[in-house]
Ligand binder design. Structure first.
Ligand SMILES: N[C@@H](CCC(=O)N[C@@H](CS)C(=O)NCC(=O)O)C(=O)O
Length: 254
């Protein structure tokens, strides 16, 4: 649906979240979209999804339209929403706690993300695509090589793609161990209440736990040293996504 058609009559404070179409295993197949949609839910901000125009003004997904303004980047969107709707979930934190939360967020989104990108599209060759989003033969056949070649150049430019597979997987494991150790027995990353970093962390960890069939980290979540991260993902899902299963697209291939 075109963004303009989704806006309220007066165009005021209607949030349109543009993202890739729903997945089979997680509602959002992008960690950044899952982060933003989870934030909107935690903050109680009304929004509408648009799955027809997923790529935004910066050529990435997700993005939002707010009061006619197109805003790209999940974090910039979140900060604009927080300011516009007065929904600062971290207002109770000290500046030291905010600094820690930011460091964990950057680790998840700007380091662990690249590990998972390399794993999904290079080591796994995008072969999970029919399992996570599309059964369409032509999409799997034609889309996959396009994405694989694009990801190859991205991960090489970023640097993660230049390491050996064992080095990359070890780096990801160290990130996950750090997150797991810091979370410990807490309900959410910074305590009893979910804040912005939980949206980003859930966005990323849910992709590993539920949306990366065959990923070597997944067994560590379900029965290994990262089991508290599984409990964390389930808590986030249960609390903020009671409609999770209804959001999934039905699958012909499982
Ligand atoms: N920093 C951005 C990252 C967004 C991002 O990298 N999205 C990926 C999908 S997970 C994308 O659009 N990739 C397409 C591309 O890079 O061409 C954010 O937080 O929104």
């Amino acid at each position: 649906m075109a963004a303009a058609a989704l806006e309220g009559k007066d165009g005021s404070n209607v949030v349109i979240l543009h993202q890739l179409k729903r997945g089979k295993l997680t509602p959002c197949i992008s960690p950044f979209a899952l982060k933003l949609e989870t934030y909107l839910r935690i903050a109680g901000i009304a929004y509408q999804n648009d799955f027809d125009e997923p790529m935004g003004p910066k050529g990435k997904t997700p993005w939002i339209t707010l009061n006619g303004k197109k805003v790209g980047d999940s974090q910039l969107c979140l900060e604009l929403l927080s300011e516009t709707f007065h929904k600062d979930l971290s207002h109770h934190l000290s500046i030291e706690e905010k600094a820690v939360a930011r460091a964990f967020q950057i680790m998840a989104e700007d380091h662990l993300y690249w590990v998972m990108l390399v794993w999904r599209w290079i080591y796994n060759g995008g072969s999970s695509l029919p399992l996570i989003q599309t059964d369409l033969h032509f999409a799997v056949r034609y889309l996959r090589p396009i994405v694989v070649s694009r990801v190859k150049s991205q991960v090489s430019a970023q640097g993660m793609g230049r390491h050996s597979q064992s080095e990359v997987m070890e780096m990801g494991l160290k990130d996950l161990r750090a997150i797991s150790n810091f979370l410990g027995t807490k309900s959410f990353l910074m305590g009893d209440q979910p804040i912005e970093v939980d949206c980003a962390m859930f966005g990323m960890l849910a992709q590993i736990l539920w949306n990366s069939p065959g990923c070597p980290y997944e067994p560590l979540f379900t029965a290994g040293e990262l089991i508290n991260l599984k409990g964390y993902c389930e808590r986030m899902k249960r609390t903020f996504w009671p409609d999770w299963n209804q959001c999934l697209i039905p699958s012909l291939v499982r």
